[in-house]
Each structure stands twice: as C-alpha cells, then as structure tokens.
Design a protein around this ligand. Structure first.
Ligand code: SF4
Ligand code: SF4
Ligand code: FES
Length: 408
C-alpha cells in the first residue's frame, strides 16, 4: 500500500521560523501503523524527522500526536483505517509548545499533574510493616478505569478549553485528581476539592466530550470531572459559581421543563452579588437589541410534566445535597435583562418629566432653551439626584446653582 505521509515540520534551529508540511511517500504493509510509517521515513528517507516513541504497544504514552486532525497514539492507529485518498496528515499534539517537528514540550502537562498532588495521603496511623492499607473491591473497580491512564496527553492536546485558557488544569490532571479523591484510603478530600474549586479547576470544563472521544484508554476524563463536581457539592462546596450554576440549571429544568436563561445567570453569579449583576447589564442590552431577550413572564412548556416525572424518578436514586428550590421565574425578574428593561423605561419617564412644565422652574436658562443634548440632560438628572441626596445641600436653589456651576 502506497501512502503519502504529510508531516508538519518545525525546526527552531533552521532559518525557516514557521512550520510547514512535508510529504513523504512510503510503501507500507496493510497492517502498518502511523508510527511504523514515521519510523520508516526517519530510518530510510529523512533522518532529521523528530518524533517520540518507545513501547510501540500503546503502553508508554509517548507517541501521542494529531493524525488527520485528531489526537491519537501513532502506534495504535492503523494507516489503512484512516488513509484518505492515499494521504495521512500528521501533526504534533496540540495545546503544547512544539520543540521540534512532532515533539512537544510536556512541562506544563507535568506541572499540572503535580499541582493536584498525585499521591495518597492515607488516614490514621501507619499500618504494621507486614500489613497494608486496604480498599474495597468496589472502590478499586471504580478506580481501575482512571488508573488505566498512560499520561499520553491526547486529551490535553484536543481539549477545547485549554485552547483558549492555558490556566485550565486540563482533563488528564483532573482525572488524576479524581483518582485520589475517590480513593477510600485518602484523607485529603476536602483540601483537594477546595483547590479544585478555584479558577482553572473542575468547574472550567465545558463538557465538550472531546477528551472522552480521543482518550485511547477509555479513562473518560470528562466523566471523572463531573464526579469531582458531585463530590465537591456533596462535601458542602455549594457557594461557588460552578455549583450555583449547576443547581440553578437543574432546578430550572425541573420546574419549567426548560433552561431558564433569565434566572440562570442571576442565580449563578449570586442573587446578592450586585457588582456581578451590574456587569451583566451590557449583555442584557445586547440581548434586548438583538431580539434575543428570553421571555420575562413564566410560561408553561409542552411536556413539562414529563420532565418532572424524569426528575422524580431520578430523585429516588439521588444522594446529592438539597437543591435550591427558589422558583426560578421569580429570580428571573431580578435578572440584568429585566433590570435593563426597567432602566430604559425609567429613563423614558425621566425624559417625559423633563419635558413637562413641573420642572421648568428648576432648569437653568441653557436647559430651558431645549438645545441641550440628551447626554448633557442626563448629567443634569445626575446632578439633581446628587444634591437631593445630600442633606446639607438639598433644595431646588442649590440644584440650579450646581448646574450653573457645571455650565461655567
Ligand atoms: S470535556 Fe472538558 S476537559 Fe474534556 S476536552 Fe472538553 S472541556 Fe476539556
Ligand atoms: S486520560 Fe486518556 S488521553 Fe488523557 S492522558 Fe490519560 S490516557 Fe491519555
Ligand atoms: S510508542 Fe508507546 S504508546 Fe505509542
């Protein structure tokens, strides 16, 4: 079988500072893997091609790279299964800096794994030297899946969050964290979960499933991250942004049979977190202007009872902590979208009030003429408000004075 391997090359020592694709045509057996092809190229065609490999048996995890756009183990990927019109595109793993050709720098990967303290911190006194720490079969069965991780970095290569936020711990490190949090012999669950609650931790995963798709060992990193979240909430970490978002999402769907986009951001940021609520106002304005404001008043969704029935059934098997049972429709009324709407109405009322005769006596001459721009009028309202609020200076006379001063 003749195959063209189109390999992405980069040599920091050459004059060419950008990467480029180089095609190698090789004759391969039907049973050959991508790694076999690359080794043939390096040994018979171009000795300058750099790549990492060791076991050639999907055990050591050193040959992860992108093949036809997706992270795979090169030694575990048969050419015949992926060749497209006689061509296979091979690139270095993503989300890590390229050292040379197909070799990437794994330092950030290992730093993040180290950050989650990947070691057991057992409870109680040390057992006798001829004894051991025991864990139940069930616990070890659950852990067996995550212990199959070979630290190849395929999941990290294709993680969509790491692409935009290098601070994210990433699927491999979080799966490793789960391995120790879920181990019944470990006594450090609370501090571990507390650390994972921070920015860049378990709540930053967007559940895109990409890590699940590319993991060659079926570790299911995303599933482990979701289990970490459950454990964090069961431990009592329910006042983080992520936990609140999760509870609000579930509660909204349970009550209304749909995602309530109005109450979701309010509950996620925290109902009394005024600063964060105000920060969302521009988003509310954009939603209003784009005609994408969610409905303000609660409405019944067709099939809502069926969704409730599913929840009731799930509840029978559920051990998670109590949910926030505040009616989401009520919370939605405090959302920035509604607040923006109210602010616009208030502004229009003030405009109307401005044009009415009842305030004409308070307006300085420049304002009386009607030639003042709306923005300046807004400053005038602001001044009025400021002086009326000050017990020392309240009164219409001072309001006029303040504006006369402003004009000067
Ligand atoms: S599911 Fe989460 S961890 Fe996995 S690739 Fe997507 S964002 Fe990354
Ligand atoms: S979770 Fe899977 S893809 Fe990620 S490092 Fe481990 S084995 Fe590789
Ligand atoms: S060479 Fe070891 S996993 Fe591919």
């Amino acid at each position: 079988m003749e195959v063209t391997l189109s390999v992405k090359r980069f040599d920091p020592d050459s004059d060419q500072h950008s990467s480029y694709n180089q095609d190698y045509v090789v004759e391969m057996e039907e049973s050959a893997t991508v790694l076999d092809g690359l080794i043939k190229v390096r040994e018979e065609v171009d000795g300058t091609l750099a790549l990492r490999c060791s076991c050639r048996s999907a055990i050591c995890g050193s040959c992860a790279m992108r093949v036809n756009g997706q992270a795979r183990l090169a030694c575990n990927t048969k050419l015949v299964d992926i060749v497209d019109s006689g061509k296979v595109v091979v690139e270095p793993a993503g989300n890590m800096e390229v050292v040379k050709d197909l070799v990437v720098d794994f330092s950030p990967f290992w730093d993040k794994v180290r950050d989650v303290k990947p070691w057991l911190d057992p409870e109680g006194p040390d057992p006798d030297p001829d004894q051991e720490y025991l864990a139940s079969n069930e616990a070890m069965l659950d852990l067996a899946g995550v212990m199959a991780c070979i630290m190849c970095g395929a999941c990290v290569s294709d993680c969509t969050v790491l692409e935009v936020d290098p601070n994210f711990l990433g699927p491999a490190a979080l799966a490793k964290a789960y391995r120790f949090v879920a181990d019944p012999r470990d006594s450090d669950d609370e501090p571990r979960l507390s650390d994972l609650n921070e920015y860049g931790g378990m709540w930053d995963c967007t559940r895109c499933m990409q890590c699940v798709e590319v993991c060659p060992k079926g570790v299911d990193p995303m599933g482990r991250i979701m289990s970490l979240r459950d454990k964090a909430m069961a431990t009592g970490y329910t006042s983080t942004y992520g936990a609140r978002h999760s509870m609000a999402f579930t509660n909204g769907v349970r009550q209304e049979g749909r995602v309530d986009e109005l109450s979701l951001p309010v509950l996620s940021k925290g109902v009394f977190n005024i600063v964060e609520q105000i920060k969302m106002i521009p988003l509310g304005i954009r939603a209003q202007l784009a005609g994408k404001r969610p409905p303000i008043l609660p409405h019944k969704n067709p099939g809502q009872e069926n969704v409730r029935r599913i929840f009731n059934r799930l509840d029978k098997h559920d051990n998670s902590p109590d949910r926030l049972e505040i009616p989401t429709a009520i919370i939605g009324l405090a959302s920035p979208v509604v607040l923006t709407f109210v602010a616009i109405i208030a502004f229009l009322i003030l405009q109307f009030y401005w044009n009415s005769e009842s305030v004409s006596g308070l307006k300085p001459d420049a304002y009386q003429s009607g030639s003042v721009e709306p923005f300046t009028r807004f400053s005038y309202f602001h001044n009025c408000f400021w002086f009326y609020c000050d017990p020392e200076t309240s009164g219409s006379e001072l309001v006029v004075n303040s504006n006369a001063e402003a004009e000067r």
